[in-house]
Design a protein around this ligand. Structure first.
Ligand SMILES: Cc1cc2nc3c(=O)[nH]c(=O)nc-3n(C[C@H](O)[C@H](O)[C@H](O)COP(=O)(O)OP(=O)(O)OC[C@H]3O[C@@H](n4cnc5c(N)ncnc54)[C@H](O)[C@@H]3O)c2cc1C
Length: 450
């Protein structure tokens, strides 16, 4: 297997060329730093406002997580609905589930208005329970969906064969309104749409220094009235909030196109996007070209300090898949790659305006393309003072100072590497905090509206 991000191959033959780096000193109304799902969504909202907008991207747009992702557009990115209900109560869960649902809708709108192709596939989500624990997880998910009035269909293990060619799962829950996408082509397509709207986009332009209103790259600078930081893997030198973000490593692999027989053996009715109930879960779906995309990881590498590039981890994931789908034993995986997903201690994003520099906005730790899209758009709406009804309810959730099990002072003593999995597991499996979801008058936006 070749260590290479498959999505780069899919850029061959696309119309848009890579944009040249920033080479001079520019001025603009709003500068967006980072061209992933969040930065592109922010720039997209700003583009229609009449303001002069510049976007600078260190790599190419989509060159980090967005363009490495498996492209599942589902509200359930790491945060299951039942976990949200336990953590924030029914109304809080509804408010938060709404975030990625609106993110997906924004993405579809931008694809439509931009008129670009990014291999959009309508694929229902299928969450697969493994063993008795997985059975319970599916039951809890079904119960939460019923409570919130969201439609779904539950399959007992014996019924699953009608939609999935495996007898290894204990049960599953399926729901619609979800899609698969090529994240790199999405980002590049959206970049093209932004250029058409007059946004200046500079690729290969890493912001090395930020001071006052000015961001400096290796060959130029941009001075802006307002700045939206949507960059990942931030260093403390660039952002006071870099301590808020952690990274979780995941691996992906892709096969040659499956034959008709193999496709039917995997999905007897129609392609679905699937993930299982394991702590470090495996996930799979078909691309438009009927290649099987399979992802996963291991407990050790998920939280590891350094990138693990060995094929051993994904080989293990592939082995697990072959065990569950013995009829697909002959399918050949050709490429694999890995990436680190930025996230916060409790898996909710941090989106705020800097209290001491209210012209600087930060979007950090968004887990999932739909979350990143909503949050980028949200920050841009705050820049434009175009708040929508109900925006206030998100201030408390997205606040950098929200409560965590291991507080910052203790984290400094025990180290980020230990504090992160503890906070993460606490949020996912134990946190109960139904006080959230109420407008916070202490929010940075309430205090410093433009
Ligand atoms: C392997 C993998 C699989 C995934 N699968 C899925 C999935 O199936 N579905 C899903 O919803 N999510 C998935 N995710 C998560 C998802 O990709 C991310 O949550 C999402 O892309 C975050 O978007 P973002 O814009 O916040 O960050 P990014 O996409 O990381 O964008 C940040 C951008 O900032 C740029 N940047 C960084 N520093 C600077 C600087 N100093 N100057 C200028 N630019 C800078 C980076 O180059 C990057 O392009 C996956 C992630 C990985 C790694």
């Amino acid at each position: 297997m070749l260590l290479q991000n498959w999505w780069y191959t899919t850029l061959i033959g696309t119309k848009r060329s890579i944009q040249p780096p920033l080479k001079d000193d520019r001025r603009c109304d709003v500068l967006v730093i980072g061209g992933g799902a969040a930065g592109l969504a922010a720039a997209s909202r700003l583009a229609g406002s009449g303001k002069k907008v510049v976007l600078v991207e260190k790599n190419i747009c989509g060159g980090s997580s967005t363009g490495k992702s498996a492209g599942f557009l589902t509200p359930d990115s790491e945060l299951e609905l039942s976990q949200l209900v336990r953590r924030f109560g029914v109304q809080g869960a509804k408010d938060l589930w709404d975030v990625p649902v609106r993110g997906i809708s924004l993405m579809l709108d931008m694809m439509k208005s931009g008129g670009f192709d990014c291999d959009l596939q309508k694929q229902d989500s299928l969450f697969l329970g493994k063993g008795p624990k997985g059975f319970k997880a599916v039951e809890e998910e079904a119960e939460s969906r019923r409570t919130l009035g969201y439609g779904s269909r539950v399959y007992e293990g014996s019924e699953l064969g009608s939609v999935l060619g495996s007898v290894g799962y204990s049960s599953a829950i399926r729901y619609e309104g979800t899609y698969g996408v090529d994240g790199l082509r999405y980002a590049q397509g959206l970049k093209g749409a932004l250029l058409d709207k007059g946004v200046e986009v500079y690729e290969s332009s890493e912001v090395l220094k930020f001071s006052g209103h000015t961001a400096t790259t290796h060959m130029g600078s941009v001075t802006a009235d307002q700045v939206v930081f949507c960059a990942d893997k931030l260093s403390p030198a660039l952002s006071p909030y870099s301590w808020n973000v952690y990274h979780e490593q995941t691996f992906l692999s892709i096969t040659e196109p499956l034959s008709e027989r193999e496709q039917r053996s995997l999905f007897p009715q129609q392609p679905l996007q699937c993930w299982d109930s394991d702590l470090v879960y495996s996930y799979f779906r078909l691309t438009g070209a009927k290649r099987l995309l399979l992802g996963g990881g291991s407990l050790l590498t998920t939280y590891a300090k350094n990138d693990a590039t060995t094929a051993r981890v994904i080989d293990h994931v592939i082995g697990g898949f072959r065990h569950m789908f013995p009829n697909l034993g002959g399918v050949k995986f050709t490429q694999y790659w890995m990436g680190r997903i930025d996230m916060t201690r409790d898996l909710l994003p941090t989106v705020l305006r800097e209290p001491r520099a209210p012209w600087v906005h930060h979007v950090l730790g968004c887990v999932g393309l739909p979350w990143a899209t909503f949050c980028g758009d949200f920050a841009a709406r705050q820049v434009l003072a175009e708040k929508e009804t109900g925006d206030e309810k998100y201030y408390a959730y997205f606040d950098a100072e929200r409560k965590f099990l291991v507080p910052i002072w203790l984290e400094r003593a025990i180290g980020k590497r230990l504090a992160f999995p503890i906070n993460n597991a606490w949020a996912k499996y134990y946190q109960r905090d139904v006080r959230h979801g109420h407008p916070s008058s202490a929010s940075p936006w309430a205090a410093a509206s433009p």
